[in-house]
Write a new protein. Structure first.
Length: 202
């Protein structure tokens, strides 16, 4: 797509962390990858002869950064914000992101007219109040107790979107359907194209 981007995240001070940083430096014009005294997350995939994954083993430790580390990242983003049109949060609920940090970044983006896009598995969607586009997975909402099968699903979704200040809302549900709400809370639903996933991420 020929889009320049910066990457922000954390690795540990270990061999895997050094490898990740080296690879990122090959691809990214600028990155803010910080080291802290934990292990770098690794994901070991076991594949069938067909090339499809049948099991994945993750080695990770969930932990938040110190206030000083969060402040350093916020400052780096604020200093460089004029270079950005979009900021994307990819949140797999691993402990790196916390509400105060997210809200500070959203405020920086809003003050500079930068669009904030969120793809999250968190059980606390209020962390992303004020974002512009929110993408979630229905199974995650059910698992985290945000949606309940006994509820009127669309009424609950509209309630969530209103609490988050009406972002564009996208909810995937595997190959079943995709639900989309615009800022006027008009709902659209369609069935996605069915594809075989051989190398999942996350």
């Amino acid at each position: 797509m020929n889009i320049l981007c910066d990457l922000c995240g954390c690795v540990a001070n270990d061999a895997n962390g050094e490898y990740v940083i080296a690879k990122i430096n090959e691809l990214s014009k600028k990155n803010f990858v910080y080291k802290y005294n934990k292990i770098t997350t690794t994901k070991l995939r076991y594949m069938e002869y067909s090339g499809e994954e049948f099991i994945r083993v993750d080695n990770e430790e969930k932990s938040k950064l110190t206030d000083e580390q969060y402040a350093l990242i916020e400052n780096q983003i604020a200093v460089n914000i004029a270079r950005y049109k979009i900021v994307i949060f990819s949140d797999y609920n691993k402990g790196f992101l916390k509400k105060k940090f997210i809200q500070n970044i959203i405020k920086i983006c809003k003050n500079s007219g930068v669009t904030v896009i969120v793809d999250t598995k968190t059980d606390n969607l209020n962390m992303y109040k004020g974002c512009d586009i929110l993408k979630v997975n229905k199974n995650d909402l059910l698992k985290n107790g945000i949606l309940d099968v006994s509820q009127n699903e669309m009424n609950k979704i509209i309630e969530i979107v209103k609490e988050l200040e009406n972002p564009l809302f996208i909810m995937t549900a595997g190959d079943a359907n995709i639900t989309f709400l615009d800022r006027a809370l008009r709902c659209y639903s369609f069935k996605p194209k069915n594809v075989v996933a051989k190398d999942t991420t996350g």
